[in-house]
Design a protein around this ligand. Structure first.
Ligand code: GLC
Ligand code: CA
Length: 566
């Protein structure tokens, strides 16, 4: 007899053994020996743009708290909130001037505590963003560091003499379009910044820096935070000899010659620091997610260490692939073949929204459902980005003078910056999409009239309805949580098909990545099914009769998800 654990029973089990609270959390694994973060759906909230509770046009913590019921209903288990700490907002919060407080524009520590406790009531954990590579130039540490060459914290940042008059210490460049060194006339030295000049890099070779930063994580763990998303980990360390990066052919988007950033990125010391940070996280059973830009699966794998570094290094490579069955299949297979637990992402606050990136202008809604049916049914943990579930489009600034993100000003018009993917969450079809009663800090597109939570909640065919069903299925179908990924029909250039196969059930996923109708044929004898029977669970632009599995009929960008029995 097959043992089946029903969804509701599983939910009860999880609820019974999960008690996050301030301080050390009980270590729990579910019935199948997985950790909570392996079966959780994570959701990124960009606080400036999620919900504004006080009408100043900028989202805030109380706004997020007011939307927790929505997130629970969607099926979100953990929210990662991007930085809301005190900050001059040059990089919209990624320039932190105090790691242990809340910027007044977002609320207070009391508001934060209330958010955590209200989230906990709904079974939602809170993950913060930890900007490890740099601080704001307004941080007290940097103000001290800059005050003189002999200041107590001089060595907390990377100060060096120039090579000569008007010559920086080496040829490194900032990824945000300027040189990577800024001259300080008062102390006649340069400091290093991989991002904006207002974001000086911390010197992680100084043990005092590491200690101060680790203590920041303790501060928040003790306030009930369940983990961190680590910002820009690749750039934590620099070559102590500051060797010049070798030039590469070609130009970047700011028109500068490319370089091989071998001396200021992905140094081996990063891994040792992550291992030490992980030890602190383990004291609190917290989870570490990484912003890990990698060029191949091997590099991504390295961020897991021996299971002693990041729990969830994000696979950002998926976001850079062309929209093609072939490319996606090859990538998923290589990730699945690696031993670690994958972390899938299709969208975030630095990347064009997938609705616009993948959309062909005709089938965008179907494509949005296709992508949800795809990455939410893979073996691994998904991290969603707010608004993805309602089909929000990228709303790029139309004129240079409207751009808020400094890289969009520096790089206009090729690089329009990241405002387009950061526009307000679309809650209803009213003014400003219900985000604010004031003037939103970024404009709401016309399409918000149709693509919003209120309208889509009423429409069973909406993108939101589809997301909710896939997410619900992840929680009720054991195969989607624990099942192996078994690719099918691997030479099909248009349709990706796979099983998620476990001892507690098998799910079939069939995805048409083309405009042409498709009719893939299946024979699961090799996969151990003498006479496979299928039962449809969720479809969009696709159909197959329940019963003996022969073929699945798919229209343009159709998706079919069904249960397979023998
Ligand atoms: C990360 C963040 C990005 C920020 C940068 C500098 O890439 O995701 O938004 O601008 O780090 O902190
Ligand atoms: Ca506000």
């Amino acid at each position: 007899m097959k043992i089946r654990i029903h969804g509701w029973a599983m939910a009860l089990l999880f609820a019974a053994c999960w008690t996050p609270f301030a301080g050390a959390q009980m270590r729990e694994k579910d019935a199948r020996g997985q950790e909570w973060w392996q079966h959780a759906v994570f959701y990124e909230v960009y606080p400036r743009s999620f919900a504004d509770s006080n009408g100043d046009g900028i989202g805030d913590l109380n706004g997020i708290t007011s939307k927790l019921d929505y997130l629970k209903d969607l099926g979100v288990d953990a929210i990662w909130i991007t930085p809301f700490f005190p900050s001059p907002q040059v990089d919209f919060g990624y320039d932190v001037s105090d790691y242990e407080n809340i910027d007044p524009m977002y609320g207070t520590l009391e508001d934060f505590d209330r958010l955590v406790s209200e989230a906990k009531k709904r079974g939602i954990r809170v993950i913060l963003d930890f900007v490890v590579n740099h601080t704001s130039d307004h941080h007290a540490w940097f103000l001290d560091s800059k005050s003189s060459k002999t200041a107590a914290k001089r060595d907390w940042y990377i100060w060096r003499d120039g090579k000569g008059p008007d010559q920086p210490p080496n040829n490194w460049i900032s990824t945000f379009g300027s040189p990577a060194w800024k001259y300080d006339p008062a102390t006649k030295q340069y400091y290093y910044h991989y991002f904006y000049p207002e974001q000086p890099d911390l010197n992680w070779r100084n043990p005092a820096v590491e200690k101060a930063m680790f203590d920041v994580t303790r501060f928040w763990y003790q306030r009930g935070v369940a983990g961190f998303r680590l910002d820009a980990v690749d750039t934590l360390y620099e070559d102590p000899n500051l060797r010049d990066n070798p030039p590469l052919p070609g130009k970047d988007k700011f028109g500068r010659p490319l370089q091989d950033e071998r001396y200021n990125k992905k140094l081996p010391e990063v891994h040792q620091a992550l291992q030490r940070l992980r030890k602190v996280a383990d004291e609190y059973d917290a989870v570490l997610i990484g912003e890990t830009w990698t060029k191949d699966v091997k590099q991504l794998e390295a961020y897991h260490g021996e299971g002693n570094e990041l729990h969830l290094p994000m696979d950002l490579m998926l976001t850079e692939l062309p929209f093609s069955a072939k490319a996606f299949r090859a990538h998923i297979q290589s990730l699945d073949a690696a031993k670690s637990w994958p972390t899938y992402v299709i969208s975030n606050h630095d990347i064009r929204r997938p609705y616009s990136r993948y959309g062909d202008g005709v089938h965008n809604d179907d494509i949005a459902k296709l992508m949800a049916g795809f990455y939410l049914t893979l073996r691994g943990t998904p991290i969603m980005y707010y608004g993805e579930e309602i089909g929000m489009e990228n709303n790029d600034p139309k004129r240079k003078e409207d751009v808020k993100d400094p890289i969009g000003v520096i790089g206009w018009p090729e690089e329009k910056g990241r405002d387009g993917e950061r526009t307000p969450m679309q809650w209803d079809s009213g003014p400003n999409a219900g985000f604010t009663t004031g003037k939103p800090w970024l404009p709401v597109p016309e399409s918000a009239k149709k693509y919003n939570v209120e309208a889509e909640n009423k429409d069973p065919q909406s993108i939101l309805a589809f997301y909710k069903q896939v997410i619900r299925m992840r929680k009720t179908e054991p195969a989607l949580l624990e099942g192996a990924y078994v690719p099918l029909n691997e030479s099909d250039v248009n349709v990706i098909s796979y099983l998620r196969k476990s001892k507690n059930g098998t799910i079939l996923v069939v995805l048409n990545f083309s405009t042409a109708p498709q009719n893939p044929v299946f024979d699961l004898r090799k996969q151990g099914f003498a006479s496979a029977e299928v039962k449809g669970l969720l479809q969009n632009a696709a159909s197959a009769p329940d019963g003996a599995l022969k073929s699945i009929k798919l229209d343009a960008y159709g998706v079919y998800i069904g249960r397979v029995n023998d």
